[in-house]
Design a protein around this ligand. Structure first.
Ligand SMILES: Nc1ncnc2c1ncn2[C@@H]1O[C@H](COP(=O)(O)OP(=O)(O)O)[C@@H](O)[C@H]1O
Ligand SMILES: [Mg+2]
Length: 196
């Protein structure tokens, strides 16, 4: 699953990029928009959010009606659907847990796009069900304390954190800083390798 501290950090963009890259590599890949409050995967996919996870979890629709495929990329997706009265209850339900188990068996990769953890507890209910969590931080925008609080929350909720993705990095400005972070180190290592 992909999450972050606050809205607008790049969760949906990162989820879709990851899912699209996976589908392009030939893996059977499913993206699920688990942000039942502020869904946006449908916008990035260019489709209407008529029905989705919310309708499945509330028993209004069958799964077969809700799994779509992008013909161009072969990416499968389930949209969020109409905002339900109690998103947290639906995401924390046994039905959701069973769904993820079923889909986990049917696909090579399932990517969950989730709401921000400082806003609502929805994503925290999912971390234990995901094999791994990717935490997104928007470079230069997200305050340090906000980012670290979010990471702490997902850890405490039982996440297996596989890494942090810094989004919207201005590479030119970043390179002017005198920080020897891993990106700079990596880049320098390559320069050395090529004998520059
Ligand atoms: N890597 C990026 N480069 C440029 N714009 C981006 C990038 N990632 C996200 N954005 C923009 O930032 C805004 C928020 O991104 P989004 O992925 O919807 O965030 P979240 O899902 O965390 O709320 C969107 O307008 C999106 O187009
Ligand atoms: Mg989003």
């Amino acid at each position: 699953m992909v999450t972050s501290s606050v809205p607008g950090e790049g969760k949906t963009t990162t989820s879709l990029s990851l899912a699209a890259a996976s589908a392009a590599s030939g893996a059977r890949t499913l993206l699920i928009d688990c942000d039942l409050r502020q869904p946006s995967a449908h916008k990035n996919l260019g489709v209407e959010n008529e029905a989705g996870l919310a309708e499945f979890l509330s028993g209004q629709r069958n799964l077969e009606e809700l799994v779509h495929v992008e013909p161009r990329t072969g990416l499968y997706y389930i949209l969020a659907g109409k905002r339900p009265p109690s998103p947290t209850d639906l995401l924390g339900s046994l039905r959701m847990r069973r769904l993820l188990q079923q889909l986990g068996d049917a696909f090579d990769l399932v990517v969950l796009d989730t709401p921000p953890v400082l806003a609502v507890s929805d994503a925290l209910l999912l971390v234990r069900q995901a094999d791994t969590t990717i935490f997104v931080v928007r470079w230069e925008k997200t305050r340090r304390d906000i980012a670290s609080t979010g990471v702490k929350m997902v850890y405490e909720a039982g996440a297996r954190l596989s890494g942090i993705v810094l989004t919207q990095v201005d590479l030119r400005r970043h390179a002017q800083y005198d920080y020897t972070d891993s990106g700079v180190y990596y880049y320098r290592g390559y320069k050395k390798y090529y004998g520059e």
